[in-house]
Ligand binder design. Sequence first.
Ligand code: PLP
Length: 430
Amino acid sequence: MEHHDEISNAIPLIASENVTSPAVNEAIVSDFSHRYAEGWVGQRVYAGCKFIDKVEQICIDLTKEYFNCCFADVRPVSGVMANLVLYNAFTSRNNGKMMAMPIPKGGHISHAPYETSSGRRIYGTAGTVRGLEIKYLAFDEENMNLDVDESAKAIREFEPEMILFGGSVFLFPHPVKELSEVAKEIGASVGYDSAHVAGLIGSGYFQDPLREGADAMSLSCHKTLPGPQTGAVVSDREDLVDDLKNAAFPSLFSNHHLHNVAGFAVALTEMLEFGKEYHKKVIENAQAFGTALNERGFNVLCEHLGFTKSHQVVINIVDFEKTVGLGGDIERLLEDANIIINRNLLPWDIREGRHYMNPGGLRLGTSEITRLGMGKSEMVDIAEFFKKLIIDQKDPKKVREEVAEFRKNFQEVKYCFNTPNKAYEYLKFY
Ligand SMILES: *Cc1c(COP(=O)(O)O)cnc(C)c1O
């Protein structure tokens, strides 16, 4: 109760979060949540799956339609599990080699060993449980993207079995086309982790990895895609279908989360209908938010590139170290006013001696506030709240009241069907 009360009065800016519609909520509390299926549709290990099979097949078909591809597996229960499916399909156990985005520059913990500020590598993360040797692709800090020439050189030198694009700080499309050509030269498979940007890709606004050279793509269903917390793998390579299926089940999991499959199917019906409008607005809002923050004296990264082409904006807050502190301090200050954001490592932070607990950056996302109906003028209002708190150092308790007042007009989830709706028509089975 207290959490719900607080979050419904907050400004939610966590880039990896979104909210589900009433129709999705109905699906995820259905009886499906009690059941076991295991295996592929029509080849289950358990009885009682007649309607579950129908729903999962609908979900698979909708996923294929949304991403325009021949294969979708909606069983991985999270984005990390979807990444593991790709590692399982494309690399050898114990002596396999992979290259991915550097973690301190925006790669995900599931891509590589985690490195402490003293440079110690901690193994046991998802990328390493398979025993992979992992090296980083080269990163261009000024443009917040992979460096094509240096990465190409590193790929030819290391000769990995797999290259993985995508990351958690993800402002601009990665050079998938250019580097996939290098990957093909050395016979490496190409994966794309679209956990953050899957919705932008499906709605046609970011890049199209499956057409640019990626063999398969992993995703989370709940970041720019407003589905329940689950994952998926998609591919447009007929010849890889069996490998990908087997890499998931029985290799990695037994049952998957059937209620979330139903919920994801509903979210896909919403995005096939409203995604173009919604995701266009998500990106426009991120760009407007970057501009508004920049105009108020914040150092928003990549002004020369228009700040962002995704749902994220990243700001460098080291100038405020002496007045209000670094990322961790500012995260708490904003939370006191009920504005919920992520502190984030900037690419140069570790080199300059900053720690991930109190780094030099903030990562802000517009997926959830857009889904609540906010537009460009609200981005200016939110940038004003940031100025009041961080630059003018106003009392966060006072700002908190203004935030609650501001949020009163944005209590409904938009870009979904009003019940009774098309989603229910599709999913009368659950
Ligand atoms: C969030 C994220 C994941 C993990 O997704 P979960 O669904 O939370 O497991 C994987 N990769 C990247 C790049 C992410 O940002």
